[in-house]
Design a protein around this ligand. Structure first.
Ligand code: SF4
Length: 376
């Protein structure tokens, strides 16, 4: 029987629930219902495939923006793709892919033979091998964006998946979204990406920043290329991201570095972070902010397997800590915030953007080092 339009509710131990366009689940997660409905399921048509087996599938949506209230992120968000070929093991968006496919299947929206591969793959792998492309996103955005409703809150592109991941070179959905935003006035816009592909759109980004307030965040965990390869095997190398950052700032754009995620015991040292801040300063970054690693259930499994393979000596500590927590201890986060604030001061960047309770940790940097090393 088809689900009638309207609310459906899932609470702990009960099936999932949709409230209008918002899904709640027992773990307290919220997912927007962006999928278009059609009388005749057409599945998720394959748009292209790569030699190594990645598939790109078309996903029709009926809404473009995730509201701040629904995501609890304090801003609106747009994600042109679901899934990401960069495939970082700690990516928290893997669950979003699973929810979307499950939702499509529950509506009878998958075509059995053609979509068998999509359903048979473990969700954790499908995220990086079956990229869902929202080809109608710009048209939907043009039709549905109400600036009065958005108000002064920011609209951030790329909160769940990278808007300049390799698929963008082929499908240009992010570019079409930027073009759709251009005719509006005085929006607060943000873009988060790890990819130098963003420099392709510099002329368009300059037009946008002339009409809107635009902040670009280049996400980079470390300047150590060898270490980055062990953490993120398929993302662009640090020097390429820093070069892209320099090109963006040279074009007059407001661009900074988002040090994310900061991985405890691997990328959180003062020396390593200092090199990253220095590179950002050289590229004339407007700011450097950061955030510590968080691991949801799906990402935890994938990331711990990578720690086991690459950093086996750290596995017992990671297992012990992240088996009962998705984030670092509050005391660790405070010590890390203080370290980042001091680096911001030292390199002349605006101070802030991390947790606000940095003063709760007293003592010298050496003491903070010791505390951080003990807390994970
Ligand atoms: S680049 Fe970003 S969205 Fe893509 S897998 Fe890595 S963390 Fe996830």
């Amino acid at each position: 029987m088809r689900r009638p339009p309207g609310p459906r509710l899932r609470l702990c131990l009960l099936p999932s629930v949709w409230l209008g366009s918002v899904r709640l689940d027992g773990a307290g997660q919220i997912e927007l219902d962006q999928l278009a409905t059609s009388a005749r399921p057409r599945g998720l048509p394959v748009l292209d495939t790569r030699e190594r087996g990645t598939e790109f599938r078309e996903l029709s949506v009926r809404s473009a923006l995730n509201s701040a209230a629904a995501t609890h992120m304090g801003f609106w968000s747009i994600n042109p793709y679901i899934g990401c070929e960069f495939g970082c093991s700690y990516c928290y968006a893997r669950d979003t892919h699973r929810y979307t496919v499950e939702r499509h299947a529950a509506r009878g929206g998958l075509v059995a033979e053609r979509d068998a591969a999509l359903l048979s793959k473990p969700a954790v792998d499908a995220f990086e091998r079956h990229i869902l492309v929202k080809r109608n996103l710009a048209a939907v955005l043009t039709r549905t964006l109400e600036p009065a409703r958005v108000g002064s809150a920011a609209i951030v592109i790329g909160t769940a998946t990278d808007p300049y991941q390799p698929a963008e070179r082929r499908f240009a959905v992010t570019r079409s979204v930027l073009e759709a935003l251009l005719p509006f006035h005085r929006l607060h816009l943000g873009i988060i990406t790890k990819s130098p592909l963003i420099t392709r759109d510099i002329p368009l980004l300059r037009e946008i920043s002339a009409k809107h307030r635009l902040k670009i965040h280049i996400s980079l965990a470390t300047c150590d290329g060898a270490l980055l390869r062990r953490l993120e095997p398929r993302t662009p190398m640090p020097h390429a991201r820093i070069r892209a950052l320099a090109q963006l700032t040279a074009a007059g754009l407001d661009a900074g570095v988002l040090v994310a995620p900061i991985v405890p015991l691997l990328t959180d040292s003062r020396a390593g972070l200092g090199r990253l801040f220095a590179a950002a300063r050289t590229a004339n970054a407007a700011r450097v902010n950061g955030g510590v690693l968080r691991l949801g259930p799906t990402a935890r499994k994938k990331f711990l397997a990578q720690i086991a393979a690459e950093f086996p000596e750290l596995l017992p500590r990671y297992e012990k800590h992240f088996s009962h927590s998705s984030s670092a201890e509050p005391a660790y986060r405070k010590a890390l915030s203080r370290r980042l604030h001091r680096l911001q001061e030292e390199f002349g960047f605006p101070v802030g953007g991390m947790t606000s309770d940095v003063d709760a940790i007293k003592g010298t940097d050496a003491e903070a080092d010791e505390q951080m090393a003990l807390l994970i």
